[in-house]
Ligand binder design. Structure first.
Ligand SMILES: C[S@@+](CC[C@H](N)C(=O)[O-])C[C@H]1O[C@@H](n2cnc3c(N)ncnc32)[C@H](O)[C@@H]1O
Length: 523
């Protein structure tokens, strides 16, 4: 080992031993905190510019070509990653040692040296910190190549998203189009990749997150995970406060337990075992604090049946439990490997359009207290700004799950009408059994004369998108976000006003669909 390797390992080792468990959270923060990501994007533009220059310089100095960089990255990406903590540590040390030795052999070995350092970076809990160490200890020309590899990796990930998502089997792609409205600018829409006949299923999609309506949760009549009506026997999970969630099947029970239930509602170890990270042994006082924080948070949710907030914390939990969820094999609608792209649940959610949320002031401290009591450091997943924007994004994109034509015994909301939950469903939120979020369907536009409809014909929250007209390749697919039928005794004008009012309240846009445009010109 060279003396420099020694210094990298000594400096890095402090972090490796001390913060490996917490690193998971900080890495998630990097990926979830929208402000932080905004900064990264800004920084990326700056870095892009300087790296484009540095790449040009690398190329012009005949050091390394763009193609060589691409091949190097491809090679690194194709290699298997160590899966246990012990293996990661050994891999890290081997790669750093190798990088040092290669770098010392001079310029022809700078690319393989940078590749070794880059591999070490990929398994290190805090990459920015390690990069700073490299900058102090590794030859400048090698650092330049490491930065160029980083930049290329980032650019490939971001740039390719809408090329590989949605997956081909959904028969749709996402395009940016300008809608026929003076106030609505370019917006993303779903466009068909092939002709589809009326009545055919365009695609089926499992939700990434669900929330059973609170009254049904209490009644125990529906599955907390897939929202199916429970016919035969049910299974349950008990929270730290003694309340029960029921499930229609073992896979649903396991999925809910793994994804969010253990972390948010119990005193079980919060880190999924498959992460193979050291679990902190909680003191009795810490366990009691966790139970109390969970119970205060649950009381807050239950008081006004807050769906958006529950979905938001389930989303936070899912980011942490993703590796464990993957191991259960249950379809989670996240498309983590959409046609070759590698995505996390947050990569999808951060691209969604966002609405305005105005949670009561007591909500944020309750969320933070609950996360901190679960595991110190976990509260870093949200700050005051990202809490509001995450909530806005989640409520803006939620769908109402209705079986058949929907139910008619849903209790009215206790919130002010302007704060009451509004979900996308042609039957009306008041007829749903629960709320669900979908990766692909989030991009569906509204039309008062839609050409498709969401159907839940499997009796679960799996969304079947059915064409209601003969459609051609290139057509934009639309659904009705609200009830657009003209009811008996309702004039066309009243119907128009009702649906436009609801759209303005829930989604804040003046509808630019063909029916609204035609009806406006008939006046
Ligand atoms: C829930 S998002 C749908 C996905 C969104 N288009 C995107 O870019 O991610 C709702 C937004 O889509 C646009 N939109 C959908 N249907 C529309 C319509 N009929 N008229 C005008 N804007 C519409 C509006 O900008 C609205 O705020």
């Amino acid at each position: 080992m060279t003396s420099r390797t020694g210094s990298i390992l000594t400096i890095a080792g402090i972090s490796l031993c001390g913060i490996i468990a917490y690193a998971v959270y900080f890495d998630y923060k990097r990926r979830t905190d929208s402000e932080f990501r905004k900064q990264i994007r800004k920084e990326k533009r700056r870095v892009d510019k300087s790296l484009a220059q540095s790449r040009e310089a690398l190329v012009s100095e005949n050091e390394i070509s763009e193609e060589e960089l691409r091949q190097a990255l491809k090679q690194i990406k194709s290699e298997a990653q160590p899966s246990t903590q012990e293996a990661r540590e050994t891999y890290f040390m081997t790669q750093v040692g190798m990088g040092e030795q290669l770098a010392a052999r001079g310029e022809p070995f700078h690319l393989p040296a940078a590749m070794a350092f880059y591999r070490a970076l990929a398994v290190y809990p805090s990459p920015t910190e390690l990069l700073a160490i490299y900058q102090k200890t590794v030859p400048e020309s090698v650092v330049k190549i490491i930065l160029a590899l980083m930049n290329l990796d980032f650019a490939e990930k971001i740039g390719a998203y809408f090329e590989v998502f949605p997956p081909k089997w959904t028969n749709v792609s996402i395009q940016t189009r300008s809608l026929k409205s003076a106030t609505v600018g370019p917006t993303k829409v779903l466009v068909l990749n092939k002709d589809i006949a009326a009545g055919e299923v365009i695609y089926k999609e499992h939700p990434m997150l669900t929330c059973l309506d609170y009254d049904l949760q209490l009644a125990g009549t529906h599955c907390t995970h897939c929202l199916r009506e429970i016919q035969l026997g049910s299974l349950s999970l008990t929270s730290s406060a003694g309340t029960k969630s029921v499930f229609c099947s073992k896979p649903c029970q396991v999925a809910a337990k793994t994804q969010w239930h253990s972390l948010l509602l119990t005193l079980d170890p919060p880190l999924p075992a498959v992460l193979d990270l050291p679990q902190l042994a909680p003191t009795p006082a810490a366990l009691e604090a966790r139970r109390a924080a969970q119970s205060r948070f649950t009381a807050y949710l239950n008081k006004d049946s807050r769906v958006g907030t529950l979905l938001m914390v389930k989303f936070i939990a899912r980011q942490l439990t993703a590796p464990a969820t993957k191991a259960t094999g249950k379809d989670t609608g996240d498309y983590t490997e959409a046609d070759g792209g590698e995505y996390q649940i947050e990569d999808h959610v951060e691209r969604w359009a966002s609405g305005q949320a105005s949670p009561p002031p007591e909500e944020y401290p309750l969320v933070v207290a609950m996360l901190r009591a679960t595991l110190p450091g976990l509260e870093a997943f949200v700050n005051e700004t990202s809490h509001v924007s995450l909530l806005g994004r989640i409520t803006y994109n939620s769908f109402g799950v209705c079986f058949g034509g929907g139910r008619d015994n849903r209790p009215a909301s206790t919130l002010r009408p302007e704060d009451a939950e509004l979900t996308r469903t042609p039957y009306g939120t008041s007829r749903q059994v629960g709320t669900a979020l979908y990766s692909v369907s989030s991009y569906l536009s509204h039309s008062c004369a839609p050409n498709a409809r969401p159907s839940f014909s499997s009796g679960t929250s799996e969304l079947n998108l059915i064409a209601t007209k003969d459609l051609k390749k290139g057509d934009e697919v639309t659904i009705a976000y609200v009830d657009v039928t003209q009811h008996p005794g309702e004039s066309a004008l009243d119907c128009r006003l009702r649906r436009r009012k609801e759209l303005a309240r829930g989604w804040k846009f003046p509808c630019a669909c063909s029916r609204c445009v035609d009806e406006a010109s008939e006046k």
